[in-house]
Every structure is written in structure tokens, then in C-alpha cells.
Design a protein around this ligand. Structure first.
Ligand code: WTA
Length: 650
């Protein structure tokens, strides 16, 4: 924590400010700062107004029931998320508006109007029913970024099944753990997906994840790449196109209680076992609907592109549910930003005349390295607002983004939130907030965010500490699937009745929030959450490894890079070949995003006298810093020898 705060001092030297331009302000959805005060006075009434803009089959009786740490929102109300994202737009001219504009990596593309989306979702929902899927059943979705992914999610929502989407970059073991935890009987996958010109063999990973004892009984397969025709398993696998071919075009939406589960999404925590974050129906939809509308200043004719993968929460909330609940046009791109050229993103912006672009700092830093010429060679005058998410954005990247992508005319909204929060909690309102590059600025109206010191005192302007949320909010996680004790312990035990985010933050003199990164054993690699424990267990899973410790070291592009310190078993030779083998082992076990960037061999790992690995000192070694306090080390010689060995490398 202290180290993090040290490094942020430089950030706080940032004194450039960007008030909203007159032109932007004039057209903004929200111009009057009194919304903050209004929401502060009566947060429940504030949220209730947004809930009232959705379509309910039955209105709620009570806005909030709060039995810490368990919240229930819009209690007694009934609605359906798929109905709100599709059917209600069919009553107006929106019915023929583009809901999803999709572009595949090879250059194929498709547009789904709201009416098209209705038909495809209904057909697939009927298909799911014909396979025996019922309300409350869990369905695992492991798909590339193809239209069938949001269609499958919405179809689950339509019939009240709970989806569990697994990012297409995860490997068989990770899928198996998640399937086991969720007890899904059905999996939806594809033969493959395109990434950087090659095919990612999703079906093969999916097949490996359900060998032996598995709850999965049936697999629906989207034919995307034509690479798994010979791998269809009789009696278990069914093609998507065959399943939907004869289904009726209408499917009544299941009335869901506001607190019925909508989905679960696994995220990394401080232990090796991923947590299934539980989101429910009414509150989640209200939160994503409200924040999309206000933070992105969404208008009827916007073409909104969030570049995330739907396998992460950003895609759930800000490609699918938030934009579609608003009746927006949402763009989806299947592949890599550098295929076939490094200007792919800018050609997509130009081609579809995107007006809003929402991406991650790690991408922005990569684009900076690739140079200004690429965005300059495209007409991006359609853009009017830019967003950033997933990790702290450094002021240089913020200003580069503002100038070179936004042409100096688009506000940049830096949005802080988490899988657990469901929707954005800290971000500017672009028609009101004066922006400061590197700061996510202020809590969204109705959100009570504070920074506390170790003892639980509010630090006030100028102070640093732990970011917490003091009042419940509609889209908050309701539980960890099947593990209420861990839910309690992880988020609610540090301070009483207060949500602990796991992030460090600092408040400046104007009470703006500056996010500093995680304070726990989670590292943020290219805006993806990776648990050090997960990587460590994958490493010790290799028979040559005795012990491993992982840390995140700062990385210019990815924010953080994964560094592993490994002790090998007796009689094992350390070599470059072993480093390659271990990196590959982790990639195969968990997924390529968890592949360590560096592996250092260590005769011993630095530990406290009680045997706890001192990762803080390993970070000092990896980042070439002077060692912090070493007084609690069992054997100071251990870290000194590591420092000699590796200290100058980075
Ligand atoms: C980090 C992604 C600084 C933070 C939406 C958080 C950020 C974790 C920002 C959640 C931001 C996300 N500025 N840090 N604007 N946005 N983070 O669950 O550490 O994948 O706890 O959700 O990302 O990651 P998750």
C-alpha cells in the first residue's frame, strides 16, 4: 500500500484540467450538478426513478431491503431482462434500428436490428427449452465474440436460466473448475474463433473440460470456423443452426422476481479458486441502464463501441445489458486490434461511424507505441466521447487518447468499477465534470464511495487508503455462488457494513478519486484480473516445481506483468528450456493471459518467521528497488542473494 501511494505522488502533480466544452455541455443529457445532491439526500428515490424507466410486469413493493451484507432491490417487482433489452423497443421506431453491429476478424460483418434480435433470441430460447433447460438452471457459455454470444445470454435471460460466460481465452482446466462450481448441465460453445488470423480451437478446449465426471450432458455448438465437423459427439453435441432451424419465432419472456439470479461470472480473488459473482435481475439492469445513459451521454443516434470481450464483466454490462436496455446501437468486434493491420480499430470506427468508444488503458498505451499516423489515416470525426476502463490510466495515455483519438474534442470518461459492482461506480458525468487526466473523478450519483485508513477513519481530501462503498447500490453483487461465507469474509469483514473493494485510492484536494490498484494478491494484467495464487498453483502443478511465488511488476504497456519466483525440486536443473516449459504449463493450465512474463529461479523464497512468503520484497527485487522493511524476514540472506541475481535485470 505505502509503495503504491509513493508512486502516485507523481500522478498527483498532474494539474491539467479539462472542463466540458460549451458545445458538449449544450447537448449533454445531464447538465445540472444538483443531481449529485438530490441523489445524496435520497439515494433510494434516485435509483427508483431509473427503475421506473424500465418495463415491469409487476411493480416493486419496497425499493431496498438491507440486511448487511445482503441487499434486495425492488423487492416484489417482476420483470424480464430480455424483454427490457428487446421487446420494449419493438413498440417504437426502434424496431428497425440496429441493435448489434458485428464485425468478424476476417472482415465479415452483420447487422441485427432489434426485430432481428428478437427473432434470434426467441428461436434460441425455444431451442434451449426443447433441450430441457428450465428457469434457474445454469448454462455455461464458452464462445468467441460472435453474435450468438449475446443472443445466448439474452435467450437464457428470457427463460430464466442463469448464464455463466467463460472468456474464450481460458483453457480446459479453468473451464472445468467453473462448470463444476456452477453445476451446468448445458454448455454452449463454437468450433473455433478467429484471433490474429488463426483459429482458437474452442471446441477442443470445451471437449477436454468435460471428460470424465462432469455435470454437462449436452453441448450446443456454433459453426464459426468449420474446424470441428468431425468432432461432434453423437447424443451429446448439437449444432446451433440445427437446433434453431424449426423453432417458433416467438417465446414468451419468463416473469422473473427482481432478485432472481440473472447470471454468474467468475473472477479471480486472493485464493486460487475463482469466485462466481452473483448478479440478479432488477437492480443489475437498473444500474447498468442508468450508468450507460448518463456516463456515456447516450443518444438515440449514437453508434457505441465497447472493445471489451463479453467474457469479462465490461462486456456483460457495457456491450450487452446497459446499451440494449437503452435501445442503443452496440458494436461488437471479434478479433485482435492488430489484424490484418495495426489500424483495425480505427478502420472499424470509420466504417461504422462510431460516436462513442470505450476501451482499456493497456490498449491505448499500445496504440501510442504504434504511432499517431495510424489513427490519423482514418476519418474518426464521428467520435464524440471516449471511455477508459479496467485499470488506472496514466495521464500521458489519457492525454494521448484525448488528442489523437478524440481529436481534442471528446471528453474522456475514466470509469472505475469491478465485476462485483456490476456497473460503473466512479466516473465523470461528461456534461458536468471537469476532467483531470488520470483521475476517475467522482462517485456516480447515489454511490457513497469513501477512502478509509486501516482503522476505518475517512481520510479526507489529500489522504490515501482503501476505497470502500458505504451504502448498498442496485447492481451490487449479491453473493459468491454457493459460498456466502467467503462473500462475507472477502468483502464485508474489514469494516462493518461497508463494502471493501480491494483497491487503494487517494483523494485530492478537490475530493477527486485517484485509483492506485489492488491492495491484495490480485494483479491487473492488461486490464484482466489475475490471482497470484492461481498462477502459483498452476506452477506447482508441474512436477519439477517445489514452490512458487508470483507478483505483479509495473509494465509500461500492460500496467502489470506477471513475475514468478520458482524453487525447483532437488536434482532438477534450472535452464532456459525449463523457463519456457513452465510458462507454457501455466498458459495451458489456466489460459494464455496468465502466462508469466518472467520466471526467476530462487534457491529459496523470502519468508516471514511464520512461513508467509513476503511478496512485497519480491516486488522490490523485480522492480529493481531498494528493499523495504526486512526485519520480519526469517533469513535476510535469501532476499539479498535474489537481489544480486536478478536485481538489475529489469
Ligand atoms: C481495476 C473491470 C483504476 C481495479 C471493470 C478493480 C480500475 C479491478 C479501473 C476490477 C479504473 C477497473 N481505474 N482501476 N478506471 N477500472 N480497475 O473485476 O483494480 O475485471 O478492482 O472489472 O480493475 O476488475 P474487473
Amino acid at each position: 500500500m505505502a509503495e503504491n501511494i509513493g508512486s502516485i505522488e507523481a500522478l498527483l502533480q498532474e494539474d491539467r484540467t479539462f472542463p466540458p466544452s460549451e458545445e458538449f455541455k449544450k447537448q449533454a443529457n445531464i447538465k445540472d450538478p444538483s443531481v449529485y445532491e438530490e441523489a445524496r439526500k435520497d439515494p433510494e428515490a434516485f435509483w427508483e426513478r431509473f427503475a421506473g424507466e424500465l418495463d415491469w410486469f409487476k411493480k416493486w413493493d419496497t425499493v431496498l431491503e438491507w440486511n448487511p451484507p445482503f441487499a434486495k432491490w425492488f423487492v416484489g417487482g417482476q420483470l424480464n431482462v430480455s424483454y427490457n433489452c428487446i421487446d420494449r423497443h419493438l413498440k417504437s421506431a426502434r424496431k428497425n434500428k440496429a441493435a448489434i453491429i458485428w464485425e468478424g476478424e476476417p472482415g465479415d460483418w452483420a447487422v441485427y436490428t432489434y426485430r432481428d434480435l428478437y427473432r434470434e433470441v426467441c428461436k434460441f430460447a425455444n431451442g434451449l427449452k426443447s433441450l430441457g433447460v428450465k428457469k434457474g438452471d445454469r448454462v455455461t457459455i464458452y464462445l468467441p465474440m460472435v453474435p450468438e454470444l449475446p443472443i445466448a445470454m439474452l435467450a437464457c435471460a428470457r427463460i430464466g436460466a442463469v448464464h455463466s460466460v467463460i472468456f474464450g481465452g481460458f483453457s480446459a482446466d479453468s473451464i472445468r473448475d467453473r462448470i463444476e462450481d456452477s453445476q451446468s448441465k448445458l454448455m454452449i460453445t463454437a468450433d473455433g474463433g478467429y484471433r490474429r488470423g488463426s483459429v482458437v480451437p474452442l471446441k477442443q478446449n470445451a471437449d477436454e473440460s468435460i471428460t470424465g465426471d462432469t455435470p454437462v450432458e449436452q453441448v450446443v455448438v456454433v459453426r464459426r470456423t468449420g474446424t470441428a465437423d468431425a468432432q461432434m459427439v453423437d447424443g451429446r453435441d448439437i449444432w446451433w443452426h440445427e437446433l434453431v432451424s424449426d423453432q417458433p419465432l416467438n417465446c414468451d419472456p419468463e416473469p422473473m422476481d427482481s432478485e432472481d439470479m440473472l447470471y454468474m461470472l467468475y473472477t479471480s480473488g486472493t485464493t486460487g479458486k475463482p469466485k462466481g459473482i452473483v448478479h440478479t435481475t432488477g437492480g443489475y439492469l437498473t444500474g447498468t441502464y442508468a450508468t450507460t445513459k448518463w456516463i456515456f451521454d447516450l443518444k438515440e443516434d449514437d453508434v457505441y463501441w465497447c472493445t471489451a470481450d463479453i467474457g469479462w464483466v465490461t462486456g456483460h454490462s457495457y456491450i450487452v445489458y446497459g446499451p440494449l436496455a437503452n435501445g442503443a446501437t452496440t458494436v461488437m468486434y471479434e478479433g485482435s486490434p492488430d489484424y490484418p493491420g495495426r489500424d483495425r480499430f480505427w478502420s472499424i470506427v470509420e466504417k461504422y461511424a462510431c460516436t462513442i468508444l470505450y476501451t482499456a488503458p493497456t490498449a491505448i498505451r499500445t496504440f501510442m507505441r504504434w504511432g499517431e499516423d495510424l489513427p490519423e489515416s482514418h476519418d474518426m470525426s464521428s467520435l464524440r466521447l471516449l471511455g477508459s476502463v479496467g485499470e488506472p490510466i496514466n495521464p500521458e495515455a489519457w492525454v494521448w487518447y484525448w488528442k489523437n483519438i478524440g481529436g481534442g474534442r471528446c471528453p474522456v470518461v475514466d470509469t472505475w468499477w469491478q465485476t462485483e459492482t456490476g456497473s460503473i461506480l466512479i466516473a465523470p458525468l461528461p456534461g458536468i465534470t471537469t476532467l483531470k487526466p488520470g483521475s476517475a473523478t467522482q462517485a456516480f450519483p447515489g454511490i457513497d464511495a469513501e477512502i478509509l485508513d486501516e482503522a476505518g477513519n475517512s481520510v479526507g481530501p489529500g489522504g490515501g487508503g482503501y476505497l470502500v462503498i458505504k451504502k448498498p447500490w442496485p447492481s451490487m453483487l449479491r453473493n459468491i455462488y454457493g459460498d456466502p461465507e467467503r462473500f462475507q469474509e472477502q468483502y464485508w469483514s474489514k469494516y462493518e457494513n461497508t463494502y471493501f473493494t480491494g483497491d487503494g485510492a487517494k483523494l485530492d484536494e478537490d475530493s477527486y478519486f485517484w485509483l492506485l490498484g489492488r491492495v491484495d494478491d490480485v494483479i491487473n494484467v492488461a486490464a484482466h484480473r489475475v490471482s497470484t495464487m492461481e498462477v502459483e498453483s498452476a506452477l506447482v502443478d508441474n512436477p519439477k516445481v517445489a514452490e512458487a511465488a508470483c507478483i505483479g511488476r509495473s509494465d509500461e504497456i500492460k500496467g502489470q506483468a506477471i513475475v514468478a519466483f520458482v524453487t525447483v525440486k532437488e536434482n532438477i536443473n534450472t535452464s532456459d528450456a525449463l523457463i519456457t516449459e513452465l510458462k507454457q504449463h501455466v498458459a495451458t493450465k489456466i489460459g494464455p493471459i496468465c502466462r508469466p512474463d518472467d520466471i526467476h529461479f530462487a534457491a529459496e523464497l523470502p519468508k516471514t518467521r511464520s512461513g508467509k512468503i513476503m511478496r512485497r520484497l519480491l516486488r522490490d527485487v523485480a522492480e529493481g528497488r531498494a528493499l523495504g522493511d526486512t526485519t520480519t524476514l526469517a533469513d535476510p540472506a535469501v532476499v539479498e542473494s535474489l537481489k544480486e541475481q536478478y536485481g538489475d535485470e529489469d
